[in-house]
Design a protein around this ligand. Structure first.
Ligand SMILES: O=C(O)CCC(=O)C(=O)O
Ligand SMILES: [Fe+2]
Length: 219
């Protein structure tokens, strides 16, 4: 399951761009030295990382669409990454677990929040593979794509301009993608159609949904 969501307000996009413009970036392989596929730049300074990640993290946590789709229970602090001309990230699947200073996060879902205008750079799409076919995502500033962390994906080479994004990995209360999808759809039906339903049936629908949620989830 994939989802594109508007996430950031214009003022937040401006702030993140301003932070990125001033901040020192380092070779992305610093957190992943063995990964030769990774050719990008990432933020390094701890204080600036804290400031920028909290803007994106707060936007995720306040977004009902984000929370209803992901069932997030933990998030890797969103990290600003930059791709200049010639940079790319070859095809890979994300690591299952991220060891972070505040604990370990399992990556059930991955998220890219786009920050630069798509017309201001060439290449730099997030390409997600589905068997032989693929889908390219190159979104508007402030929009996020959430995709399964076990889907093979890549960032295509930037041939002009600069790609600036924030990336995060999400641990879901519902690790099984099928169960998460079903709970999401049941929640949507209850929210969108519930008022039109007979009261008793609405209650039964919610009862089934909450019971499955309790049964299928973990904190
Ligand atoms: O920048 C992106 O859109 C994705 C980056 C990525 O795949 C990763 O950091 O694992
Ligand atoms: Fe990745």
């Amino acid at each position: 399951m994939y989802r594109i969501l508007p996430l950031l307000e214009p003022a937040e996009i401006d702030r993140l761009r301003a932070i990125a413009a001033d901040a020192p970036f380092v070779d992305g392989r610093i957190t992943n030295p063995a990964n030769t596929a990774k050719q990008n730049l990432q933020l390094h300074d701890a204080k600036i990382y804290e400031q920028s990640s909290s803007i994106v993290r707060d936007a995720m946590l306040r977004s009902p669409e984000f929370m209803e789709f992901t069932f997030a229970t933990a998030l890797a602090p969103p990290l600003l990454t930059k791709y200049e001309k010639g940079m790319k990230y070859g095809t890979h699947g994300d690591a299952a677990y991220l060891q972070l200073p505040k604990g370990t996060v399992r990556s059930d879902l991955s998220c890219t929040v786009f920050l630069n205008d798509p017309d201001s750079y060439e290449g730099g799409a997030l390409r997600v593979w589905l068997g032989e076919g693929s889908m390219d995502f190159k979104l508007k500033p402030g929009e996020a794509i959430i995709y399964p962390s076990n889907a093979l994906h890549e960032v295509t080479e930037v041939t002009k301009g600069e790609r600036l994004v924030a990336i995060s990995f999400i641990q879901s209360r519902v690790s099984d993608p099928f169960k998460r999808h079903m709970l999401f759809e049941l929640g949507e039906i209850a929210a969108l159609e519930g008022d039109k339903m007979d009261h008793e049936n609405h209650m039964k629908l919610r009862f089934v949904r909450e019971s499955l949620y309790r049964y299928w989830s973990a904190l």
